[in-house]
Design a protein around this ligand. Structure first.
Ligand code: HEM
Length: 222
């Protein structure tokens, strides 16, 4: 069975998008080969573990979604790029309901660190949350492929429990291309762009720390 992800980085990045992409490329390479990510693709993941990941993402988005919405109310540049389709909380909750997994999970230490980071960033520099939005939105590219593999291995019906991993469906490519264009039209100052790259890098690290803690906790149990 083909377990190869589709080839990536086909279009040439420019401007602010290039800065984000190049600033996180190494972290992306590490993320792709993370234990949890690899197992999601190889099919070596169980429903409960996947549900645990979604449960932790629910806790993250319970804070990130309103933080982004609030930043969009405060700053026109965030309004320009952020839209309803970026809200992941209702999607995650519907996915958890599909899997019949409790919404009431306790945050793992890495999840709590991520939550604290979002809260402090939202206070100190709301516009730099665009860095977190970039990672979340960019991740839907690979997640579309991950969703296909999970659907097969977890025996899920079309659409079931994959609203978070595949939020845009057939609109994926168009949405991503438009998102990249918008990044380059924002007109952030160079200091703000650098701040966004730092937030993007932290977001990568924190998502990967959560994935790692989930993998470790399941290794101990089994
Ligand atoms: C399962 C492992 C993963 C695979 C197979 C994968 C695959 C891909 C692919 C194919 C693209 C390129 C899309 C394109 O430009 O055409 C992409 C982009 C991206 N992925 Fe992943 N990915 C994975 C994990 C992750 C994770 C865990 C994150 C973040 C936490 C992430 C964040 C991103 C971002 C931000 C981009 C956009 C890069 C850009 O600016 O062009 N990915 N991924």
């Amino acid at each position: 069975m083909n377990t190869q992800a589709p080839s990536k980085y086909t279009t040439k990045a420019t401007g602010f998008h290039k800065l984000l992409k190049e600033g996180t490329q190494e972290l992306h390479d590490q993320a792709e080969s993370g234990d949890f990510q690899t197992r999601m693709i190889s099919g070596d993941i169980i429903r409960a573990e996947f549900g645990q990941f979604l449960g932790q993402m629910r806790l993250v988005h319970e804070v990130l979604d309103p933080a982004l919405s609030h930043a969009a109310e405060q700053d026109q540049r965030v309004t320009q790029i952020f839209d309803e389709s970026h809200l992941r909380l209702p999607r995650i909750e519907a996915d958890l309901a599909d899997l019949d997994i409790s919404m009431e999970q306790q945050p793992l230490p890495a999840t709590q660190t991520f939550i604290d980071f979002i809260q402090s960033t939202a206070t100190a520099s709301p516009v730099s949350l665009i860095g977190a939005l970039y990672v979340k939105e960019g991740a839907t590219n690979g997640n579309k492929f991950v969703a296909k593999r999970l659907r097969e291995s977890l025996n899920l019906k079309e659409g079931e429990a994959m609203r978070y991993h595949d939020p845009h469906g057939k609109d994926q490519r168009r949405k991503w291309n438009r998102f990249k264009e918008l990044l380059n039209e924002l007109g952030l100052s160079s200091d703000e762009e650098v701040a966004c790259v730092k937030v993007a890098q932290e977001t990568f690290r924190m998502v990967m720390n959560i994935s790692r803690e989930i993998s470790q906790s399941n290794t101990v149990v089994s």
